[in-house]
Design a protein around this ligand. Structure first.
Ligand code: IPE
Ligand code: IPE
Ligand code: MG
Length: 232
């Protein structure tokens, strides 16, 4: 099987998973977070190089204050767990998105986790947290404009490669495959630049039910796609 180097995943459907069971949304998020941990460990032996998970969008702040604060607490727990169990984990991890809008203690934990895991040898996991593609591109355009103003280069020198190098994902390849769970068929502001030529795969499974075998099904579907990149 031809394994992609990088898979991007929109983890959607925690709320509906809980609703089906007459449970609070938070239970869905917690089960979703457990599923993420399990899936990462299952992915580690596959030989994939990178996997990016959409955990919290720049639009998710619009949810109730209670849900946002629950999600932030869950992230704290998730990071603490990674700090505590660092020795048992083989993967590398980092974060994309605008960290500066997150609580200072969360930012500190993120910096620590990234550092602790940086010497690991396994799959590189990227978590998109307060991530929005438009926000990412806006931040990149600001930095590039600043450099033009400082005289580092001329507007004519700007290339697609240069723009890519100003994005949060600058150090690794674009995803060949995007998976979204829960049956929704939209990007919701995820990696719009990076997904320009990716294959899309939509699963009806809700995120807490999405397992390694479902991911392998997505990879199999990807293997049957003919990628043309505008050629023939
Ligand atoms: C995905 O599940 C998790 C986040 C966006 C934080 P949802 O919370 O969006 O679940 P649904 O879409 O309401 O089922
Ligand atoms: C996208 O899911 C964001 C994440 C999975 C983190 P949403 O549930 O927020 O997206 P919409 O609102 O259905 O577009
Ligand atoms: Mg959703």
């Amino acid at each position: 099987m031809n394994l992609p180097e990088h898979i991007a995943v929109i983890m959607d459907g925690n709320g509906r998973w809980a609703k089906k069971r007459f449970l609070p949304r938070m239970v869905g998020h917690r089960t979703g977070s457990e599923n993420l941990k399990k899936l990462i460990n299952d992915c580690d032996d596959l030989g994939l190089k990178h996997i990016t998970f959409y955990a919290f969008s720049t639009e998710n702040w619009k949810r109730s204050q209670e849900e946002v604060s629950n999600l932030m607490d869950l992230l704290r727990e998730y990071l603490d767990d990674h700090i505590k169990n660092e020795k048992d984990n083989n993967f590398k991890i980092d974060f994309i998105g605008d960290m500066s809008k997150l609580a200072p203690d969360i930012q500190e934990k993120m910096v620590l986790v990234r550092k602790l895991y940086s010497t690991h040898k396994g799959i590189f996991v990227h978590i998109a947290m307060n991530y929005g593609s438009r926000d990412e591109i806006t931040r990149a355009v600001r930095k590039i404009s600043q450099e033009v103003r400082d005289g580092s280069f001329e507007p004519e020198d700007i290339t697609e490669e240069m723009i890519s190098s100003y994005l949060d994902t600058s150090s690794y390849p674009d995803p060949e495959l995007l998976i979204r769970t829960s049956g929704e068929m939209r990007l919701s502001n995820f990696l719009m630049w990076q997904l320009a030529y990716s294959e899309f795969y939509f699963s009806d499974k809700l995120w807490p039910d999405f397992k390694i075998k479902d991911l392998l099904e997505a990879v199999e579907a990807y293997n049957n796609r003919e990628r043309r990149f505008g050629g023939r």
